[in-house]
Design a protein around this ligand. Structure first.
Ligand code: HPA
Length: 272
């Protein structure tokens, strides 16, 4: 079955359960699932019930779509996302983004955990993503283009919308939450980077690195969906000491910083 029909089947299935049109889509990154406790939940649908949806396996991700209200707005939140390193194709990774768009969302908010190359960043910092480097992972638009979704050669001059970034800056200022801003380098993982790789990613212009997000943002740009994305810095890649990086510390750092992220997302959603 071609991709557009798969998206339609998944969308039609969801509409039999949740009849309303969500306005905002939210992708909850590693250790950030707690944000969903701020949603007045109306319907939850396990990924494994939805036709053509891959199934999330990674620790810290529960794997369901949550529909409900946040600050009065209808939202659809992905609790758990699909990563290329889990063995899914890049097309499978972005499938839910396309379904959310077909359900009617007008804005996509993305969160993730990331390691820092920018030496002014500390664990627990929030970094607005203002651009990305996707050359170290696999482009989800490889293969025959689906013209119904978007153009063969999408423009990527502003994948992270400036007006949303500016809104968040003024929200964070009012809430007294300090923010960093920078370029997110997308990699496949699942290894964390070697010291030499963190250095390389810094030299080519990356401020933070992670194993998600860039494919989702490419699919969103293709389909004409405005994105705001933010990283929680969970570990420092370029560092003097000889400590190691573990998944547990990444999850813990994300969890600790999560209230700041939730406060920003809540306010942003109310202003959309
Ligand atoms: N590298 C890649 N992905 C990550 C990291 C990192 O250091 N931290 C959290 N996700």
């Amino acid at each position: 079955m071609n991709i557009i029909n798969q998206i339609k089947e998944a969308t039609d299935f969801i509409k039999t359960i949740y009849k309303e049109k969500p306005q905002v889509g939210i992708v909850l990154g590693s250790g950030l699932g707690n944000l969903s406790t701020n949603i007045e939940v109306e319907v939850e649908i396990d990924y494994n019930k939805i036709p053509h949806f891959p199934i999330s396996t990674v620790k810290g991700h529960s794997g369901k779509l949550i529909f409900g209200k946040m600050n009065g707005k209808k939202v659809a939140a992905m609790a758990g996302r699909f990563h290329y390193y889990e063995g899914y194709s890049a097309q499978q990774v972005v499938f839910p983004i396309r379904v959310l768009k077909m359900l009617g969302i007008e804005t996509l908010l993305i969160s993730n955990a990331a390691g820092a190359m920018n030496t002014s960043f500390k664990v627990g910092d929030l970094m607005i993503i203002n651009d990305h480097i996707s050359l170290f992972t696999v482009n989800p638009l490889l293969g025959e283009n689906c013209d119904e979704l978007g153009p063969r050669f999408p423009d990527m001059s502003e994948p992270y919308k400036k007006d949303l970034i500016n809104k968040v800056k003024s929200i964070a200022f009012k809430l007294n939450i300090p923010l960093k801003e920078g370029v997110y380098a997308g990699v496949t993982g699942p290894t964390f980077e070697t010291r030499a790789e963190y250095k390389l990613l810094h030299i080519v212009g990356g401020d933070a690195v992670g194993m998600s997000t860039v494919q989702e943002v490419i699919a969103a740009a293709h389909i004409g969906l405005p994105v705001f994305a933010i990283s929680i810095i969970t570990d420092i890649g370029i560092r003097e000491d000889d400590n190691i990086i573990t998944h547990e510390e990444v999850l813990q750092a994300a969890k600790d910083a999560e209230p700041k992220l939730t406060a920003i997302f809540k306010q942003l959603i109310s202003e959309l």
